[in-house]
Ligand binder design. Sequence first.
Ligand code: DX5
Ligand code: ZN
Length: 220
Amino acid sequence: GVTPKIAPSMLSSDFANLASEAKRMLDFGADWLHMDIMDGHFVPNLTIGAPVIESLRKHTKAYLDCHLMVTNPIDYVEPLGKAGASGFTFHVEVSKENWQELIQKIKLKGMRPGVALKPGTPIEEVYPLINSENPVEMVLVMTVEPGFGGQKFMPEMMEKVRMLRNKYPSLDIEVDGGLGPSTIDVAASAGANCIVAGSSVFGAPEPAAVISLMRKSVLE
Ligand code: DX5
Ligand code: ZN
């Protein structure tokens, strides 16, 4: 079976106080820390890279769930492996030719490979990566256009989650974008078990309550 993983998106945190923000989220019950790595090219925004992951790693043993919104993910494998990243989720849109090599390298560097897809990308595109000899261990279904926090959840994406869950009962399926108390039930009942949430957690008066509510919803 699949277990719930609640992953606050550190994109909504105070980057100037990343270590204490991470500790705060873990104290509030977070399972993973979702780290949005953007290159200003695959998406129109620029965030953090391996040096920041390396710095954060010195302050926490937590699972660092890295989401690579970059055009050349292969260039990030070695630096992120060294930095202490836990999960390495690349986008299928930029990895059409070399995904087998990419997955192998991610594993070789001790990270867990995942594949993400943008709202406009059909779910069929990730099937070969799950059925391969070296499979991805998680699929991230984007529920907003990648690039920014605080956008509106796209319920139409739940069809992708349902199709994946029907085919792969024990696969980790992550949803990212616009998740919070008002959207979690739709995502959980479609079959998502890894829940990324930025603005709904960091913007809440009681983040711990939001985290536990979302975990309960996945378990139901
Ligand atoms: C968007 C990022 C998300 C984002 C989620 O490109 O991948 O992880 O931070 O933020 P919210 O939960 O506010 O939509
Ligand atoms: Zn993300």
